[in-house]
Design a protein around this ligand. Sequence first.
Ligand SMILES: [Zn+2]
Length: 97
Amino acid sequence: MKVPKCWSCEYSFTWKELFFFLKKIKCPQCGEIQHTTKYSNWKLGVLATPLPFIMHTIAIVSNSWTLAAVVTLVALIVYSGVIPFYMRFTKEKQTII
Ligand SMILES: [Zn+2]
């Protein structure tokens, strides 16, 4: 898996720099603001879609909401961990649609 690069200076971000991605991401090398591309936003949305279904399936199969909650929590942690690898940056802000 590849980490995203700055659209301006090709600086490769580290996983740690992207993990707290809720704030605006600024390139530490050239200072340009990074916007996620429409395509990477779409991919991240698709990745998150199965999570509620996984939780429901486990709860029904095992008849245990505790187990389902634990598995969902683990899935969320894994999801947050892979997010940076799916991010790609662009200069202009793009909307999902
Ligand atoms: Zn840069």
